[in-house]
Design a protein around this ligand. Structure first.
Ligand code: NAD
Length: 438
């Protein structure tokens, strides 16, 4: 079987490499020539644990190839996946221009029946738009080639993307004809070894499923942050409350960790997009509007604590920041709360010395540039800093040497944006500890 995956970002590259790894012939296509050249030289354009090994192995075996030529790639492909970006437009709705450009190009160049499956996160009705774009391009060619569209939203998590793709909890496939369903069934067979994980449905339901999943997860996070803020006011410990409720299987213990707000390329834009979709149908998604508002506030919570401790004017002060990416095990800086905090600290006159194990290059090139001093390691960031801010809970930050840090920092004060440190122990070591909701 041969397939094409269009877009070699977090979703496209991981999917393409994992499909190749089970024996499928895969062409990964991108319009970014630099990205494709890098990949041909074994250089990963993104950081994702385990990805490089799987890409290189399959590229060397010849099953995985890279190209900028979509028309050429889709010849003999049974499926073309669309995995390009769907960034938020000005009004918050998902911008479909990349998705529809790919659909148009497929219509212009296809020469046989093909299933065009959308993996990008797209609003309900996009399936119809993709179909229309392909059909229009075929009409212009006066061609009556048959094709099918499908919706196959992706649920992988950055930081564990390869693992998630190879061992999915579920695979959602929206299709409207049997031939396409059969091809998708065959394609995903190798990922079904521990039982059938495919849930078939109509295309609009598949499109809604992806947004609903992300909206639900974002809701859990904002809900818990809201509760944590109240815990702080009433003198309760949000960590204990979390443990107390998470043991109820109806609630579950995942995604209920208080912190500095969600970020990344998915939750913020997908929450915005589903709110926008609802508005176009004359409906207000009131819960999600609050989820978004709570999250916006939460990104300021740690710097508020800094100001409460040191005063609003932070001129002449320097803060060490551990972690820049929006979560551990990724270099993704899109919508990272660290960006908001850096801007806020600087606006109050402070300097920031940052260290992140993986995301510093991305931060420097695209997101915060020279607004911070990038450090060689976590301890280096603390030299002569007035306090430490823990922003991303990378493993290597979990058990630092507090005695060493006590000598490096000017003040023994820690603002723990992820509640990873034990306040009692820090107190014994002479540190003041601020957490979220504790
Ligand atoms: P990304 O920005 O990392 O990658 C998108 C790629 O598409 C880029 O390399 C870009 O050059 C390429 N591209 C754009 N237009 C193109 C065209 N016309 N032809 C070929 N390539 C083109 O994006 P991503 O994070 O992989 O996300 C892709 C989609 O998947 C989005 O809709 C996103 O919401 C969704 N999604 C992302 C994740 C995630 O964790 N990142 C998870 C699930 C779903």
């Amino acid at each position: 079987m041969k397939i094409t995956v269009v877009g070699t970002g977090y979703v496209g590259l991981v999917s393409g490499a994992c499909f190749a790894d089970v024996g499928i012939e895969v062409v990964c296509v991108d319009i970014d020539q630099k990205k494709i050249d890098k990949l041909k030289n074994g250089i990963m354009p993104i950081y994702e644990p385990g990805l490089e090994e799987i890409v290189v192995r399959n590229y060397e075996s010849g099953r995985l190839s890279f190209s900028t030529n979509l028309g050429e790639a889709i010849q003999d492909s049974e499926v073309a996946f669309i995995a390009v970006g769907t960034p938020p437009g000005e009004d918050g709705s998902a911008d479909l221009k990349y998705v529809l450009a790919v659909a148009d190009e497929i219509g212009k160049t296809m020469s046989d029946y093909i299933v065009v499956a959308t993996k990008s996160t797209v609003p309900v009705t996009t399936g119809c738009k993709v179909k229309e774009a392909i059909q229009n391009a075929l009409d212009k060619r006066k061609s009556d080639l048959p094709f099918a569209v499908a919706s196959n939203p992706e649920f992988l998590k950055e930081g564990a993307a390869v693992e998630d793709f190879l061992k999915p909890d579920r695979i959602v496939i929206g299709v409207e004809e049997e031939r396409a369903e059969e091809i998708m069934r065959r394609l995903y067979k190798p990922f079904q070894l521990s039982g059938d994980r495919i849930i078939y449905m109509d295309i609009p339901s598949a499109e809604m499923t992806k947004y609903t999943a992300n909206a639900m997860l974002a809701t859990k996070i904002s809900f818990m942050n809201d509760i944590a803020n109240l815990c702080e006011l009433v003198g309760a410990d949000a960590n204990m409350v979390r443990a107390g409720i998470g043991s109820d299987p109806r609630i579950g213990n995942k995604f209920i960790y208080p912190g500095v707000g969600y970020g990344g390329s998915c939750f913020p834009k997908d929450v915005k997009a589903i709110i926008r979709t609802a508005k176009t149908y004359g409906y207000d998604l009131r819960v999600l509007q609050s989820v978004e508002a709570v999250n916006e506030d939460q990104k300021h919570t740690l710097v508020k604590k800094v100001k409460k401790h040191f005063g609003d004017d932070l001129s002449g002060m320097t803060f060490a920041m551990w972690g820049l990416s929006f979560k551990p095990n990724t270099d993704d800086m899109r919508e990272a709360p660290a960006i908001v905090m850096i801007n806020e600290l600087r606006a109050a006159g402070a300097k920031v010395k940052a260290y992140d194990p993986i995301a510093m290059e991305e931060a420097k090139e695209v997101y915060v540039g020279d607004k911070v001093t990038y450090c060689d390691d976590a301890y280096d960031a603390c030299v002569d800093a007035d306090a430490l801010l823990l922003v991303t809970e990378w493993s290597e930050f979990r058990m630092p040497s507090w005695s060493a840090l006590g000598k490096l920092l000017t003040n023994k004060v820690v603002f723990d944006g992820r509640n990873i440190y034990d306040r009692k122990y820090l107190k014994e070591m002479g540190f003041e500890h601020y957490g979220i909701g504790i």
